[in-house]
Ligand binder design. Structure first.
Ligand code: GCO
Ligand code: ZN
Length: 299
């Protein structure tokens, strides 16, 4: 039995850290700090972090096959040139909803960029309900809307055989599944595969492991949980020394380490006394399971 260890590897004070993505080519972790409008890259060997500030909240980032990255910035899908620190717009969504912004996003097994929206929060978890939608940016840069009525669009990933799309609307306290057609990108047949328990609080970011099990970061729950989407059972709970865990991904050597982002915003000074590392990047080792590489957007 390997033993699980948890370490804060980067004492960043992210207001809302999110969207961790491992970039093998640079041996680094990408992540965003949404309200700070920052896209960050942390180099595993040098331990240096580079930050690019954009002109609107950056809610997710993904690799791009053509080089650089893609990111969801405000209500735009953007291409990001890391060298000259610029973002160019690929598509704009929710133009009729002035208070909306993108939230979590990820690239599907065929290289399409999925991301959902939400109304801007006045405080963590406080927002106008059902304003969000789920979108997909296709390789030719056209966008399709899949559904609306979303509260906080979050956690997304695909099954290892690419036949299921997993999705979280946080305030439904449910992890959902859809049938997935990887040829067309179409989703159908929504159902719930796991309902969160009270002490798990709010489901946020999610990733799949190499055994097809789901890892969900629990906002306010201070943990990541491992779920079997076939049986609907929780298999494991890993607690972290911070409350507002937001998302997780596998990375490092052979994708054998898990990286977890979290938020500092919304914690009062008293709370910060017992969780001084809130907003940092955490690394979990010894899980005994690996992840899979992130896919690049192919447009
Ligand atoms: O990171 C996100 O997904 C949202 O942008 C955050 O604001 C929080 O998760 C939310 O506050 C939880 O309720
Ligand atoms: Zn999130």
């Amino acid at each position: 039995m390997s033993s699980v260890t948890i370490e804060c590897v980067l004492p960043e004070h992210c207001r809302c850290g999110e969207s961790p993505v491992w970039e093998e080519a640079s041996n680094s972790l990408l992540f965003v700090d949404i309200p700070s409008k920052k896209l960050c890259r942390w180099d595993l060997l040098s331990k240096q972090v580079h930050r690019v500030t954009l002109d609107a909240p950056v809610s997710s980032v993904a690799l791009r096959q053509a080089g650089g990255y893609v990111a969801t910035v405000g209500t735009k899908f953007c291409a990001v040139d890391w060298e000259d620190q610029s973002a160019s717009v690929l598509a704009t969504i929710d133009e009729d909803k002035k208070n909306n912004r993108f939230n979590d996003g990820k690239v599907d097994p065929a290289g399409r960029y999925f991301a959902g929206t939400m109304a801007e929060e006045t405080a963590p978890g406080v927002l106008e309900r059902r304003q969000g939608s789920l979108y997909c940016l296709f390789p030719d840069h056209h966008v399709e809307k899949y559904f609306d009525q979303v509260d906080i669009s979050n956690g997304l990933d695909w099954s290892l055989d690419h036949k299921i799309f997993y999705y979280i609307d946080s305030l439904s306290y449910s992890v959902d599944a859809f049938d997935y057609d990887v040829q067309t990108g179409k989703i159908s047949n929504r159902r719930s595969v796991y309902k969160l328990e009270k002490d798990e609080h709010i489901p946020d970011g999610m990733c799949i492991d190499a055994e097809g099990k789901l890892w969900v970061a629990c906002y306010n729950g201070g943990r990541v949980i491992r779920l079997d989407p076939e049986t609907g059972k929780r298999l494991q709970t890993v607690k972290l020394p911070v409350d507002k865990t937001t998302s997780c991904c596998f990375g490092g050597k052979d994708y054998s380490e898990m990286y977890v982002t979290c938020a500092r915003e919304g914690i009062d000074p008293e709370g910060l006394l017992w969780q001084p590392e809130a907003g940092g990047i955490f690394k979990i080792t010894g899980l005994g399971v690996k992840g899979i590489p992130p896919r690049p957007y192919i447009g």
